[in-house]
Design a protein. Sequence first.
Length: 502
Amino acid sequence: MFDLFSQFLSGFATAAQPANLLYCLIGALIGTLIGVLPGLGPVATVAMLLPVTFYLEPVSALIMLAGIYYGASYGGSTTAILVNLPGENSSVVTCLDGYQMARQGRAGPALAIAALASLFAGLFATFFIALFAPPLAEVALMFGPAEYCSLMVLGMIAAIVLARGSILSALGMIVLGFFLSMIGTDINTGQPRMTLGIPELNDGIGFVPLAMGLFAIAETLRNLESPEYRSLVQAKIGSLMPSRQDFREATPAAIRGTILGAILGLLPGGGATLSAFAAYAFEKRIAKNPDRFGKGAIEGVAAPEAANNAGAQTSFIPLLTLGIPSNAVIALMAGAMMIHGIQPGPQVMTKNPELFWGVIASMLIGNIMLVIINLPLISVWVALLKVPYRMFHPVLLVVSCIGVYSVNNSSFEVLLLIVFGVLGYALTKWRCEPAPLLLAFVLGPLLEENLRRAMLLSSGDPSVFVTRPISAVLLVLAVCLLVIVILPNVRKTRELAFEEET
């Protein structure tokens, strides 16, 4: 325990360096901004900022991107409460009771409870990661190629189960992601594969144009067809100080939401959104008077806001310990690490302890920053809602094209950006979520490498995947997930949950 504490202190020293403090502040501010502005979201924003991280130190880059992620979870609550307009998916359920509180003249207490619940959850999640990530990384160091292969299969199946839309479309996205990851030169044979005779594809498809196209460009195109939001704040914010009754009702809900979010954040496909919906449903189920929910119940603000912040932060654990991205934003983080030549997984803690502990400690600092800087800036964030959306779209498109070109000075990658942008827009029209595609693209080369190594070490015997205990358990879990989701009752509940979310 003392060794753990000393490592955390060393990470805190790294995160407290002036440059890293600045990038943490920038990430928190950008995250809050895109959380406030509906229609952009952390996935598209992180995708657009990937080229910027190429010029930063790895620790600074991940600190900034992490700040954007949990900052967006925080910022989305402001407009959800004040104008019934969630700036981020995880803030959808906050609208239900937060906006009703605002209409009752209690917008101030709702905003304060949301901020304090997020702060508590962020602090708890930081120590949760510090406690559980190192032992999990030590277990992962015992994994061989067969175990890693089975773990990635489990991660892919979990991503399919937890993806929006039909299971069949999610499976199609996984397969397409794998195919795209295989384009390029085969490492073992040196032969180009699936390049269509295009020399620029011999090195494979770049992660940056794929991610920015599927999310940033596609999201911009999708928002262009939506009516312009000109919502104004009708309710006065008033005093931010909650009453004692508010604290009595909100505190247990925030604690339960924090614990639930911290656990659900570990699941592939989980994170802030899943945690927020689960926490709200749980509070409503255990409430003595569930009819209060949807009419201004303070628990309906505290629980989801705590859960989404905790889930956003603990979703880093699978990436830093197992090398498995748990959602689209974390997959982008994995891409940022790969850009700097750092392989996500258990060796991050041993080979790059400064990065591992620095990112964790920065979450503690970032959550405190969020509360200090955001409550005084509420009026500024709301004023930004009056800016016409047509002013944002050209800027986003230009920034995306410049960012992609600047990575390798390649006009071909700008063309790929446009192609994947159109593809991402088409996928949204076909109700196919692109997140599983991105996860498969990141995990594809790792899965192929470990599959080949496992078969080579076993002299081509595929039974190695079921004779090794850990690998067999992981495959059994994967099969159980598939069987469970196929059951009619589970499938119906899953469809209803995603209908409510949308």
